[in-house]
Design a protein around this ligand. Structure first.
Ligand SMILES: NC(=O)c1ccc[n+]([C@@H]2O[C@H](COP(=O)([O-])OP(=O)(O)OC[C@H]3O[C@@H](n4cnc5c(N)ncnc54)[C@H](O)[C@@H]3O)[C@@H](O)[C@H]2O)c1
Length: 340
């Protein structure tokens, strides 16, 4: 029998790519989202690509009663992948209460339902922001967490603790996936990052600038002690990232996980500077990018990239796509999006 998986935040960027991977791997999917940062056009693309019409609940997961309606209609849900959250680091510095309320209330409600409806597997979208302002990389899962650099990062640190405490005496097993910098789009060109709020992540900012949706862009900080002065990050293709969720579920469903909670880094394992990313974009697309250099931005750490050997060893996950694939697919997607 097919396992039924609830994907929260499923019309969003990483959620929609993960739904495709789940469907391709034989899972049945139910999706929930309140549309605060996405719309249902991603479900149309999923229908075209997989032939599956994914059941959709347009609900705010901060509303416990509304959240329970999903489980009343689908009491046979055995796995949850919880993507739903607000994710803009800068906005979280300006509106911390909004971030604490949205990201933590929704998490508590969905955990409450996971325990009540005897869900077996719970995968959480954590983030490398939990490591805070680290001084050396690569970081592995045992690297001590520093003070979070933003309220957003704090919601992920607290979220990890809430999950650990809440499921301790239940049947739920959980995997916390600490994503590094997801980027790129589906190779079909039908699906990609299409946020309602202006994106703050580097790759969509680059493609939006190149296509003319933004007048120009700023590289925040060019005086860091890195090889060219700009920040270093670990860019992971969203299609590779999606696969980590499916493998994580499989690991739990096959009873391979002994501890209630386990943590995995999901990154490519090396770092590129902001200026190197811009170079890669220009090289792959032949476009010239207009950008200016600006001051450092509050909440940004200088350099962070992953050691993902634990995910490779336990889940059998490793990245297969590189920065050129990221740029190619992100650019195809941006051009398609701008024609709509
Ligand atoms: N994209 C990144 O750079 C990145 C990096 C690390 C971690 N993450 C985490 O991964 C997850 C998915 O990120 P994404 O890039 O796909 O973002 P996204 O904004 O595209 O997707 C999140 C989805 O959650 C929905 N949502 C938010 N609050 C909700 C609520 N209360 N009820 C119902 N739906 C709600 C939004 O409408 C959106 O569709 C988030 O938890 C994010 O914090 C993202």
């Amino acid at each position: 029998m097919k396992q039924k998986v609830l994907v929260t935040g499923g019309t969003g960027y990483i959620g929609s790519h993960t739904i495709i991977d789940l469907l391709e791997n034989g899972y049945e999917v139910v999706c929930a989202d309140n549309g605060i940062n996405s719309d249902t056009s991603s479900l149309d693309a999923i229908r075209i690509l997989t032939g599956v019409d994914v059941p959709y609940f347009h609900i705010d997961l901060c509303d416990l009663k509304a959240t329970e309606t999903i489980f009343v209609q689908h009491p046979d849900i055995t796995g949850i992948i919880h993507f739903a959250a607000l994710k803009a680091v800068g906005e979280s510095v300006e509106k911390p209460i909004l971030y604490f309320r949205n990201n933590l209330e929704s998490l508590i409600n969905i955990l409450d339902m996971s325990i009540k409806y005897e869900v077996k597997a719970f995968i959480f979208s954590s983030s490398c922001t939990v490591y805070g302002d680290v001084t050396t990389s690569p970081v592995d899962e045992k690297t001590p967490l520093q003070e979070a650099a933003s309220p957003y990062g704090r919601t992920k640190q607290i979220g990890e603790k809430i999950i650990t405490d809440s499921i301790k005496n239940s049947q739920v097993k959980s995997i916390l996936l600490r994503y590094f910098n997801p980027a790129g789009a589906h190779p079909s060109g039908l699906l990609g990052e299409s946020p309602v709020n202006p994106p703050q992540n580097l790759v969509p900012v680059i493609t939006e600038t190149a296509i003319g949706r933004r007048a120009s862009m700023t590289v925040f900080g060019t005086d860091y002690p890195t090889r060219d002065g700009s920040c270093i990050r670990d860019y992971i293709h969203v299609v590779d990232l999606a696969k980590a969720h499916t493998l994580g579920l499989k690991y739990i469903f096959h009873d391979k996980q002994e501890s209630p909670v386990d943590i995995y880094n999901v990154g490519i394992g090396n770092g590129l500077t902001v200026l190197e990313i811009i170079d890669a974009f220009e090289k792959v697309t032949g476009e010239k990018l207009s950008y200016q250099k600006g001051p450092r931005r509050p909440g940004d750490v200088m350099a962070i990239y992953s050691d993902y050997s634990k995910a490779a060893a336990n889940l059998g996950w490793k990245p297969s796509l590189d920065v050129e694939d990221i740029m190619k697919t992100a650019w195809v997607w941006e051009k398609r999006r701008s024609q709509k």
